[in-house]
Design a protein around this ligand. Structure first.
Ligand SMILES: *[C@@H]1O[C@H](CO)[C@@H](O)[C@H](O)[C@H]1NC(C)=O
Ligand SMILES: *[C@@H]1O[C@H](CO)[C@@H](O)[C@H](O)[C@H]1NC(C)=O
Ligand SMILES: *[C@@H]1O[C@H](CO)[C@@H](O)[C@H](O)[C@H]1NC(C)=O
Ligand SMILES: *[C@@H]1O[C@H](CO)[C@@H](O)[C@H](O)[C@H]1NC(C)=O
Ligand SMILES: *[C@@H]1O[C@H](CO)[C@@H](O)[C@H](O)[C@H]1NC(C)=O
Ligand SMILES: *[C@@H]1O[C@H](CO)[C@@H](O)[C@H](O)[C@H]1NC(C)=O
Ligand SMILES: *[C@@H]1O[C@H](CO)[C@@H](O)[C@H](O)[C@H]1NC(C)=O
Ligand SMILES: *[C@@H]1O[C@H](CO)[C@@H](O)[C@H](O)[C@H]1NC(C)=O
Ligand SMILES: *[C@@H]1O[C@H](CO)[C@@H](O)[C@H](O)[C@H]1NC(C)=O
Length: 566
């Protein structure tokens, strides 16, 4: 596999001029087969440029990013730039059949977008089938002024920590089997840090990722949860971390010894190498919010190694790990982050034009003809009782732009059709009536620059779970979160209208709710969905259709000429 060229057009600016104008960051992504060895076996995976995890994109706020994707793999592919606003470039957003048809084998597509008003750690990943298992990498946005622009002390060095999962089996096969039978997806066989399982797995010890630090220095860890289905607890033995950003939005510095991170989310944390010079384990294990759902109960490890640690044969120090179902620790972390208020921080919408109440979780739908091994009902998932059905021959965005009728309907409901005791674990005893959902491709239409407030309410139907809900095209403010059924009178008292955390993905508490707000100031079609990949083909998603505004700078431009065709 040819390794890709890494072009920095305008390299003058990048190397010599942190204060100079915006640059163009240009990179080629060749997607193809790669043979790697993990857990004592060799396997062909799909990877970018022969790297697993894939290459890091380094950009600065204000830059234009141009990624030329060439698909040599046997699969249809799309790439999503997770958390990038894609203002006026929804054609580059990437979710399959939402904003584009897939790049078919042997074809290519150029993703081009500007990075405006965002700094911190984001990432990119395949947004088709389960290919993001191995097709992912970091997308780092420095301030325009480089590290001098950080609102925290400049770290000595930075490191990317990509958390993921590994399957021995071919994941695309596993997904197809699960969908054909209407059943669930198999657990991963290992968790990984930067693609490596670490010391606790067979044949893995010599590949364990090592972060070498100098005593007395500080390091910025850019932690990304790239796993398909696992929320994680992340801990380093003997060290406290200070969170300074989440989902590429700065936070009030938040000291913690445990980080909770859901698929799709990122955390930037400062590590001070101020412990005794030695070796310490960096660890991640599953936060399993639902006792009823099987999960990967293994632990991935990396090593934090001080340069001046005495050579010793004693193993690195192991942190004390939270238990898998430690919801209080997860909630403490998730709910205590607040935004760092800076002059450029976009203000929270205070008057709301569109209020929605969205229930979501698992459900059942009658087996369809493309599910030959399914009997009676298939496992599905829904929002407001609509199990999202992807179009199969045109993207929603092309249908929207060209006014093609019959691809989607504009009747995504603002409220669930039925009010019930959403989070009561005994809700399943009522019978199947609450468990059924209907399939549909429904969008919620929004006027340009409307202000949207959504109560995200988990249900206990079939199983309670903490679902990480990801919104494309926008960041949102998290006003409050809690357990049980949402009660507005009580919740409004807890609304943080001063410095709410800003995110693109929120892990809605298991058996609970969260309230989010955003400005719909970006015309196009924007997907909102559960970032547990296992729930995506089951239908846990919906889309917003944001109308054009009054000016050319608020009007959706036509698609680029190389937009893939179905
Ligand atoms: C890639 O691997 C698949 C098996 O996973 C194989 O069928 C295909 O021929 C390979 N493609 C190339 C270009 O080697
Ligand atoms: C999936 O899990 C089931 C149940 O644990 C097991 O029987 C099966 O072999 C697994 N499939 C693969 C492909 O690993
Ligand atoms: C993980 O699950 C397996 C099978 O259910 C069990 O045998 C094992 O003890 C569990 N390990 C941990 C660390 O909980
Ligand atoms: C942190 O979260 C807990 C809930 O887990 C809450 O009781 C506590 O008040 C929060 N602390 C701060 C400083 O916000
Ligand atoms: C596209 O798919 C829909 C069903 O998903 C079907 O009704 C329609 O005829 C198809 N259109 C074309 C051009 O194939
Ligand atoms: C969802 O819709 C289905 C089909 O219309 C219906 O049978 C079911 O009762 C609805 N469930 C809820 C919770 O609204
Ligand atoms: C959106 O509306 C707010 C006031 O409600 C205004 O301040 C802002 O400029 C508008 N944004 C755009 C892009 O029109
Ligand atoms: C909501 O909370 C208020 C204040 O605690 C209470 O009076 C009311 O009964 C609650 N509503 C519901 C539907 O539980
Ligand atoms: C790839 O995409 C094309 C166009 O949408 C479709 O016809 C084909 O069935 C897809 N292939 C697979 C393996 O999904």
């Amino acid at each position: 596999m040819a390794r890709a060229a890494f072009f920095l057009v305008c390299f003058f600016f990048v190397f010599f001029g942190f204060f100079a104008d915006a640059a163009v960051v240009e990179q080629t992504f060749e997607v193809g087969n790669l043979t790697v060895r993990r857990l004592c076996k060799s396997k062909i995976i799909t990877a970018v440029n022969g790297e697993y995890p894939g290459p890091t994109i380094n950009a600065r706020e204000g830059d234009t990013v141009v990624i030329y994707v060439i698909n040599h793999s046997p699969y249809n592919i799309t790439i999503h730039w997770h958390g990038i606003f894609q203002r006026l470039t929804p054609w580059a957003d990437g979710p399959n059949f939402i904003t584009q048809c897939p790049i078919q084998p042997g074809h290519s597509y150029t993703y081009k977008f500007n990075i405006i008003g965002q700094e911190g750690t984001l990432w990119w990943h395949a947004h088709v089938s389960v290919l993001r298992t191995t097709v992912y990498g970091a997308l780092i946005i420095q301030p325009r002024a480089g590290p001098l622009g950080y609102p925290f002390p400049i770290p000595y060095k930075e490191a990317v920590i990509l958390l993921g999962e590994w399957w021995d089996a071919d994941v695309v096969n596993l997904e197809n089997l699960a969908l054909a039978s209407g059943g669930a997806f198999n657990n991963s066989d290992a968790l990984t840090i930067n693609g490596r399982p670490g010391d606790l797995y067979p044949c893995s010890k010599k590949h364990t990722y090592k972060l070498v630090v100098e005593q007395g220095k500080s390091y910025l860890l850019r932690i990304i949860n790239a796993a398909l289905n696992s929320q994680f607890f992340f801990k380093i033995a003997g060290h406290t971390l200070t969170v300074v950003a989440a989902d590429a939005s700065y936070t009030t510095p938040f000291p913690t010894d445990t980080i909770a991170i859901a698929p799709g989310q990122t955390i930037d944390a400062l590590l001070h190498a101020d412990s005794h010079p030695s070796n310490y384990y960096i660890s991640a294990l599953t936060y399993a919010s639902s006792p009823a759902i099987p999960f990967d109960n293994t632990t991935t490890l990396a090593i934090l190694s001080y340069t001046n640690s005495p050579t010793t044969t004693t193993p690195p120090l192991m942190p004390s790990l939270p238990s898998f179902n430690d919801t209080p620790t997860a909630h403490h972390f998730y709910s205590n982050l607040t935004a760092l208020l800076l002059p450029q921080t976009q203000s929270l919408p205070l008057s709301i034009s569109d209020r929605m109440f969205i229930t979501f979780g698992l459900s059942l739908t009658p087996c369809s003809s493309d599910q030959p091994q399914c009997q009676g009902f298939a496992l599905s998932a829904n929002m407001n009782n609509v199990s999202f059905r992807f179009p199969t021959n045109i993207s929603l965005l092309e249908a929207h732009f060209n006014g093609v009728e019959g691809v989607y309907t504009r009747d995504f409901p603002d409220r669930p059709p039925l009010v019930f005791d959403y989070t009561n674990p005994n809700v399943n005893a009522v019978g199947t009536s609450l468990q059924l959902s209907e399939k549909g491709t429904k969008v919620k239409r929004l006027r340009f620059n409307s202000t949207v407030e959504i109560v995200l309410q988990n249900t206990a139907v079939l199983a309670s779970d903490s679902h990480p809900i990801h919104l494309h095209g926008f960041n949102f403010y998290v006003l409050a979160q809690g357990f049980g059924n949402y009660n507005h009178t009580e919740a409004v008292e807890k609304f943080n209208l001063w410095n709410p955390q800003v995110r693109n993905t929120i892990a809605v508490p298991v058996g609970g709710w969260a309230v989010i707000r955003f400005w719909a100031d970006n015309p196009g079609i924007w997907f909102m969905h559960c970032h547990l990949d296992v729930h995506l083909p089951l239908g846990l998603g919906m889309a917003f259709e944001v109308e054009n505004g009054p000016t050319p700078s608020s009007t959706l431009p036509p698609p680029p000429p190389d937009l893939p065709r179905c």
